[in-house]
Ligand binder design. Structure first.
Ligand code: NDP
Length: 500
């Protein structure tokens, strides 16, 4: 993390406070604030009061007090729906300004940020609708009783999110957690602290009782870790890197606490010779270069059947060269900056490693030499080939606009190579053969499979990973279940006392 960049240069800047119950907490100075840097030009996007581990104790106590004493969890689900709809409506009403904040915090192109606010509003609307229509299950009794299963909230849950899709990732957790009746403590990434504060504000303004959503903009290693360890936190939902996920999973194992882990990926994107060529080239490019490759489901390993490899690569390289890298608020921009200087160095180091491992950098592989972009952390869209799938750049998540291309012989070969990874988040393929599409979809080890499309993701369909890409599923009905514990109720109807 960019701790140097994230330290305020001036103690005179007053930081944005965060709210703990009725109180606003403000701190300033190097140890008391986080500075969010605009990745497009290195300017200060915001200075935000830094939450400290001692705030976690207060936040947990406030959340439990709210959970126990406010009516939220005792409301019928259809009654909770009204507030969730109102949060959705307010997110939409503030779409433009939230998207601009998001753009300044994360550097994502404005059009992507607008889509993310839409998606955040959509999550609240979807879980409001689920609350309206949820049916508890009556199970078929096998004796003189009724039996049923109910969903109950955990109480206080923590949601920890990364920097790449704030507001959307945050809504994906907060909306179902609230729908299930929980109070939520939300720890956003230190790089993008602003949207969580805005979401907490909007929830309160929409009528959610105080203490049900608290944003804690602090560092992961202290505030994040304190949340996970805290005995008052009964469930953690985490999105971020696999190594952090392992740390959280280990603590959760000790606490015997349920977790949802949405982690990294190195997704295969397969092009068979019988694919629609035009759509496949466009799909592969959009799969890796949208969001400048800073996407957990980026299709970062492209497998192309040998008989079309040369033609496909030549088209891919020519079109990649023509991608418009630019400022996030320019509507013609296709690829914006990376999140930070540190992250861009990491991406550039991987490209250097690929060169050392014998790879051919076919296009990109440099910082763009464009004066208008010189103050930001841009990197050219890059395509590399000439490596084996075992090379480090084919195995490790780069999280940038870097595609590695690999030829394959046949179905068996590509399935083996595609699955030869510790990850299993997404996988895509382009083919004209529907029977093959089905066979390969069943054989790939990944939580989401895209056939003749890529990176589609919508709210009703479960999302999550196989293998080291995670545990559990968000979105859809499973999203509500993730934040709920199941209670089974037996209701006796016996005419006679029970025997021994
Ligand atoms: P990190 O794992 O570094 O951080 C994610 C969050 O966890 C941040 O809020 C971070 O705080 C916090 N954190 C860090 N250390 C701890 C800790 N010990 N205990 C508790 N919380 C901690 O990931 P990035 O922010 O770098 O995000 C990129 C990663 O996220 C990629 O691997 C990507 O694949 C993955 N991701 C997965 C998605 C999915 O749905 N599967 C979606 C989006 C991203 P701080 O910012 O202060 O470090």
């Amino acid at each position: 993390m960019d701790r140097v960049m994230n330290t305020p240069t001036s103690t005179t800047v007053t930081s944005k406070p965060f709210r703990l119950g009725k109180e606003w907490r403000t701190r300033n100075g190097a140890d008391g604030a986080l500075t969010s840097i605009n990745p497009a030009d290195g300017s200060v996007a915001a200075v935000v009061t830094r939450a400290l581990p001692k705030d976690v104790d207060d936040a947990v106590a406030i959340a439990w007090e709210a959970f126990q004493n406010q009516p939220w969890r005792r409301l019928r689900m259809d009654q909770r729906a009204a507030t969730l709809y109102e949060i959705s409506r307010r997110l939409k009403a503030e779409k433009e300004s939230l998207a601009r904040l998001q753009m300044q915090d994360s550097g994502k192109p404005l059009k992507e940020c607008l889509n993310m606010v839409e998606s955040a509003a959509g999550h609240f609307r979807y879980y409001a609708a689920i609350c309206e229509t949820w049916q508890n299950e009556m199970t078929s009794p096998r004796g003189d009783y009724f039996s049923m299963t109910l969903l109950e909230p955990f109480g206080v849950v923590a949601a920890i999110t990364p920097w790449n899709s704030p507001i959307m990732n945050e809504a994906q957790k907060v909306a179902p957690a609230l729908a299930a009746g929980n109070a939520v403590l939300l720890k956003p990434s230190e790089e993008t602290p602003q949207l969580a504060l805005e979401l907490a504000r909007i929830c309160t303004e929409a009528g959610l009782p105080e203490g049900f959503v608290t944003a804690l903009p602090g560092y992961g290693e202290d505030v994040g870790a304190a949340l996970v360890k805290h005995p008052g936190v009964r469930m953690v939902s985490f999105t971020g890197g696999t190594e952090t996920g392992r740390l959280i999973g280990a603590v959760a194992g000790q606490k015997l606490m349920p977790v949802g882990l949405e982690l990294g990926g190195k997704s295969p994107h397969i092009v068979f010779a019988d694919a629609d060529f035009e759509k496949a080239v466009a799909g592969v490019m959009s799969g890796i270069f949208s969001s400048a490759g800073q996407s957990c489901i980026a299709g970062s390993r492209c497998f192309v059947q040998k008989s079309i490899y040369t033609r496909f690569m030549s088209e891919l390289v020519a079109r990649t060269r023509a991608i418009r890298v630019g400022l996030p608020d320019d509507p013609t921009t296709q690829v914006g900056p990376l999140i930070s200087a540190t992250h861009r160095n990491k991406v550039a180091d991987y490209v250097d490693l690929a060169r050392r491992e014998g790879g051919n950098v076919l296009v990109g592989g440099e910082i763009p030499d464009v004066p208008a972009l010189a103050r930001g952390w841009f990197y050219q869209p890059t395509v590399i080939d000439g490596l084996s799938n075992r090379a480090r750049v084919c195995q490790e998540e780069i999280f940038g606009p870097v595609l590695v291309a690999l030829p394959f012989d046949d179905e068996a070969d590509v399935i083996a190579q595609a699955n030869d990874t510790v990850y299993g988040l997404g996988a895509g393929m382009w083919t004209g053969d529907y029977a093959r599409a089905w066979r390969v979809a069943r054989a790939l080890e990944a939580g989401s499979i895209w056939i003749n499309t890529y990176k589609q993701s919508h709210i009703p369909t479960p999302f999550g990973g196989f293998k080291a890409s995670g545990i559990g599923r968000e979105k859809g009905l499973g999203g509500l279940r993730l934040y709920s514990q199941v209670k089974s109720v037996y209701w006796g109807l016996h005419n006679q006392p029970l025997g021994i």
